[in-house]
Design a binder for this molecule. Structure first.
Ligand SMILES: [Zn+2]
Length: 465
């Protein structure tokens, strides 16, 4: 451990906890212990937490009281992950329709955090969570996930992601402070251009910068640019990708250029950190202490290892708006084998999540689906959406409006949505809204969030000096 990692761990991170009134480091210590527990002990902990959550949901969340009463289920009928199949799946549409009834009546509204996500499915969502869920449990899972790769808190690193906007100045200040403590240099993925790439590479060449993290499409794009430009790749010890599925061709590009095996992390905004690859690289370990992850078939029944199906998530710590068997729209499969690293946490295969394509703008920006700021659509009557780049300077937002959307609302969307997305892609792209009654799936039955009809290879070759 370096001076900085020691300092972060024992001085600055605990100080952040005091400042923020959080218990992230205490939760982290628990998770560092439990990751080595045998499976039976982990299952026991998971069952205890699930039992508590179900009792809370029945007593305090009108939606769950109703669905359980309708099915004749009492809280004592649901103790283990296997019992969850007695409960219905919670879809994004159900959350939207039952929003108020999904909030716990014993938690003051002032303690709930309202957040929105465009997600990977093209269905926008507004949801609620709590500080305990996100800052204590979620942040701690995030730090442990990095430790799986051998990256300690305080290890200097680049993080490529879409910048979060904090409206309150205190939140902004705390975010900056926490990044300083973690020694994370955040780069807005929307600003990765052929103009900004040299400075990112220069940052990666700094002696204490050994770690590159971010969206796989962005990291693989940086790798591709380095190799196209004929530059000597910077020496890095770790590449960690998250926010999107890491595809084999991206993994290969990262290996070829940086000479390291990347680590893939799986998370979603609604549940936060879910699973992370360890140094045995056999799959992604699910943080089962905090989350029940099921893979289900079309009739909501759990599938065994090796079968690909819909990911259903039960977050064991969001008491504000319990998400039980929540379908986030991703697909994945579990792995039966145990991992040589010694962790008994279940393994998820790499093929988890959905595909994102990239938009290439005339001004030289490369924007993935996760960087588009699709949460903006959550405030409109939008059922589903898709972004199609028809030409280098033309982006079409396909929208399936909700039933009953008025002509005025349609007009409003036609006017306001292009303005909102011009802020993201730049003014040199024409953004148009098209209304559809459905969005075509791929031949594999998947929904594509972004389709770009611009050939990225020819674009890259044209721009690379
Ligand atoms: Zn492992």
């Amino acid at each position: 451990m370096s001076f900085y990692t020691q300092f972060s761990r024992h001085v600055s991170a605990p100080a952040m906890d005091l400042l923020r009134n959080t218990r992230t480091m205490a939760r982290l210590r628990e998770l560092e212990q439990s990751q080595w527990w045998p499976r039976e002990r982990l299952e026991e902990l998971q069952s205890q937490r699930l039992t508590r959550l179900i009792a809370h949901a029945y007593a305090h969340v009108p939606y769950y009281r109703r669905v359980m009463d309708e099915r004749g289920i009492l809280p004592q009928d649901v103790h283990t992950a296997a019992d969850l199949r007695k409960l219905p799946v919670l879809t994004r549409e159900l959350i939207r329709l039952n929003f108020e009834n999904l909030l716990a009546d014993n938690i003051p509204r002032s303690r709930l955090w309202k957040a929105s996500t465009g997600g990977s499915t093209g269905t926008p969502l507004v949801f609620c969570t709590t500080s305990e869920d996100q800052r204590n449990r979620g942040f701690a899972r995030g730090i442990r996930a990095m430790e799986y790769a051998g990256i300690q808190l305080g290890e200097r690193r680049i993080l490529i992601r879409v910048a979060r906007h904090h409206t309150a100045s205190r939140a902004k200040l705390l975010h900056r402070l926490s990044r300083r403590v973690e020694r994370v240099v955040e780069i807005d993925s929307r600003n990765i251009t052929t103009t900004s790439l040299p400075s990112i590479i220069a940052l990666l060449r700094e002696p204490d910068m050994r770690c590159l993290t971010g969206y796989p499409s962005a990291v693989a794009f940086i790798a591709a640019w380095i190799s196209e430009s004929g530059l000597t790749p910077p020496e890095v010890d770790w590449v960690v990708t998250g926010g999107e599925q890491l595809f084999e061709h991206q993994r290969q590009k990262i290996r070829d250029v940086f000479h390291v095996e990347p680590y893939s992390k799986y998370s979603c905004q609604e549940v936060f950190e879910i699973a992370m690859e360890c140094d045995a690289h056999t799959g992604l370990h699910v943080a089962m202490e905090d989350i029940v992850l099921e893979v289900a078939d079309g009739r909501d029944a759990p599938l065994g290892p090796g079968c690909e199906g819909r990911v259903l998530l039960t977050n064991l710590h969001n008491y504000g708006m319990p998400l039980i068997r929540y379908e986030n729209g991703d697909s994945g499969s579990l792995i039966a084998e145990s991992c040589p690293c010694g962790r008994a946490l279940p393994l998820l295969s790499y093929v988890v999540g959905r595909r994102f394509d990239m938009i290439h703008t005339p001004s030289g920006r490369h924007i993935t689906g996760s960087n588009l700021g699709t949460n903006r659509l959550a405030w409109f009557p939008v059922l589903q959406f898709q972004f199609v780049q028809e030409d280098l300077d033309r982006l079409v937002v396909r929208i399936v409006p909700r039933d009953g959307t008025s002509a005025t609302e349609l007009d409003d969307m036609r006017t306001r949505i292009p303005l909102l997305f011009n802020e993201v892609v730049g003014d040199d792209m024409r953004v148009e809204v098209e209304f559809h009654d459905h969005i075509e799936l791929t031949s594999g039955g998947k929904h594509l969030l972004v389709i770009s009809k611009v050939d990225p290879d020819s674009w890259l070759k044209r721009e690379t000096p």
